[in-house]
Every structure is written in structure tokens, then in C-alpha cells.
Ligand binder design. Structure first.
Ligand SMILES: Cc1cc2nc3c(=O)[nH]c(=O)nc-3n(C[C@H](O)[C@H](O)[C@H](O)COP(=O)(O)O)c2cc1C
Length: 245
């Protein structure tokens, strides 16, 4: 009963979140978020919880997130850095490749960029409920990133990808942004989400990297990235082209 009530509240709040979001990025199905930092300071109230439960048909499986790091040094001055989890995810059930990772690969393929998968030293749970739980704890106990980009100086543009968590970037993205000097570099955000769009995360990034240029972000619904890759690719291609790539 309580769970149903919570789900209802979450759905209602998602609707509010989506309505409150506007501009600031490109999205395949929902307006990009521009919630004010003030409004996001309440992001862990029930009013900003992830809006819904995963598909009831989703069942936990043995699938582990791909933990392999994929840094390469092709000579490109563009890096696609991303955080993404496989396992059980909202709306898509149990997946072998994270939604954001799918988009990250599309971007890297299209522009011939290097990639770097942001991974924690601790493995994440592979259930949605487990992720809801750990994601809240991380706020007070930030994760450690397993690997480093040794040649960050070589990159002047970083496409930064992440899922929306609680109407914001996951904490590990903040840790990543605090781990390097991004002054003078361009950071272009992209995310996958369950309905919130970018949710103002471009402002989270600019807050942490005040001396960087933040490009126009892209928001793609996780279920589109996972299950309608042609449509996701079309959005990626158009966004890249609109931004001169
Ligand atoms: C802990 C957690 C919190 C989430 N919070 C939101 C949210 O606030 N808004 C939203 O639209 N989607 C939310 N989602 C859904 C994810 O953004 C979405 O499923 C995303 O595509 C997952 O990407 P990934 O497979 O690359 O990790 C949340 C998911 C998790 C696990």
C-alpha cells in the first residue's frame, strides 16, 4: 500500500519535474531540465524522487555492469567520458549494456573520439532498488573512481555522459569533475533519463567547472537508447550536427 502511494507520489512529482524543466538542451521526448539549483537542493525530498518503479516484468539477473575501462589514445582531442550501469534499470528491465553507454558509443563512433568509462572502485548493485539505496548514501559517502584519464591535458572537449539520478547527476560525476582541472575546456553534457530530461544538470556542471565552457546538452530517454536505437542515433546525429560536429 505504502509502495503504491509512493509510486503515485513519484509519478506526480515527475510530472512536476518535467513541467518545470525547459530549454538548455536537446531532448528526444521531454523538455530539457532547467530546474534552479535552489529547487534541486530539495532533490532528495520525496517530491523529487525517481518517478517510478521499474517495469514489473523486470527480474534481476546475473548480468553485471560492464566494468571494463575503455580509455584509448587515438590522438583525438575529444574525449567521451561517461558513467552508465547495466543490470536492472528503470523501464527497460535487466540490460546488458547501460543506456548512457549506448549513447556514448554512438557519439564516439560518429566523431572518432576517445572514450573513458567512469567506474567506481566498488561495484554497484544490479537491482534498481539497490541503486536507489546506494545512490542516496553516496551523497554523504562519495564513491572513488577506479581509473584516471592520465592524458586529460590532451583533450580540449569532453562529452560527459550520465544517467539522471534524483533529478541531478550521479555523485560519481561530481567526483569526476572535481578530479581534474577543466579550466578552458569545453564540456558537453549528455544524459539518459526516465522522463526528467537534462534536469538542469548543465548547471551542476558549470557550478563545479566555472572556468569551462558548457555546451548544449542532449537528453535521451533511457528506453529509447535501449530499445529504439535508430531513433536515438538520429537524435545524436542531429545534435552533433547542430553543434558543429
Ligand atoms: C538511483 C536512480 C535514480 C533515478 N532518478 C531519476 C530521475 O530523477 N529522473 C529520471 O528521469 N530518471 C531517473 N532515473 C532513471 C535513469 O536516469 C535512467 O534509467 C537511465 O537511462 C539509466 O542509465 P544507465 O543505464 O546508463 O545507467 C533514476 C535511476 C536510478 C537508478
Amino acid at each position: 500500500m505504502v509502495k503504491k502511494l509512493l509510486s503515485f507520489l513519484l509519478c506526480a512529482c515527475l510530472l512536476l519535474t518535467v513541467t518545470a524543466c525547459s530549454g538548455g538542451g536537446t531532448t528526444d521526448s521531454e523538455p530539457a531540465g532547467t530546474k534552479s539549483p535552489e529547487s534541486r537542493s530539495n532533490q532528495h525530498d520525496t517530491s523529487n524522487q525517481p518517478e517510478n518503479e521499474p517495469d514489473a516484468s523486470a527480474s534481476p539477473s546475473e548480468n553485471e555492469p560492464d566494468q571494463s575501462s575503455d580509455e584509448t589514445t587515438s590522438g583525438s582531442n575529444i574525449l567521451v567520458a561517461y558513467f552508465s550501469l547495466a543490470g536492472e534499470q528503470y523501464e527497460v528491465g535487466v540490460i546488458e549494456k547501460g543506456n548512457t553507454e549506448i549513447v556514448a558509443e554512438m557519439i564516439a563512433d560518429a566523431i572518432g573520439a576517445d572514450t573513458f568509462k567512469i567506474e567506481s572502485t566498488e561495484e554497484y548493485p544490479t537491482t534498481y532498488d539497490g541503486l536507489l539505496d546506494i545512490s542516496r548514501k553516496e551523497e554523504d559517502d562519495p564513491p572513488e573512481i577506479a581509473d584516471t584519464v592520465d592524458n586529460m591535458d590532451d583533450y580540449d572537449t569532453i562529452f560527459l555522459g550520465y544517467p539522471i539520478w534524483w533529478g541531478d547527476t550521479p555523485t560519481i560525476i561530481k567526483v569526476f569533475l572535481q578530479s581534474y582541472d577543466f579550466s578552458g575546456k569545453t564540456i558537453i553534457p549528455f544524459c539518459t533519463h526516465g522522463g526528467s530530461g537534462l534536469a538542469g544538470t548543465d548547471r551542476t556542471i558549470s557550478g563545479l567547472c566555472p572556468d569551462s565552457t558548457i555546451g548544449e546538452g542532449l537528453a535521451i530517454r533511457g528506453s529509447t537508447a535501449q530499445n529504439d536505437r535508430d531513433s536515438a542515433k538520429e537524435s545524436v546525429t542531429k545534435w552533433l550536427s547542430d553543434n558543429g560536429y
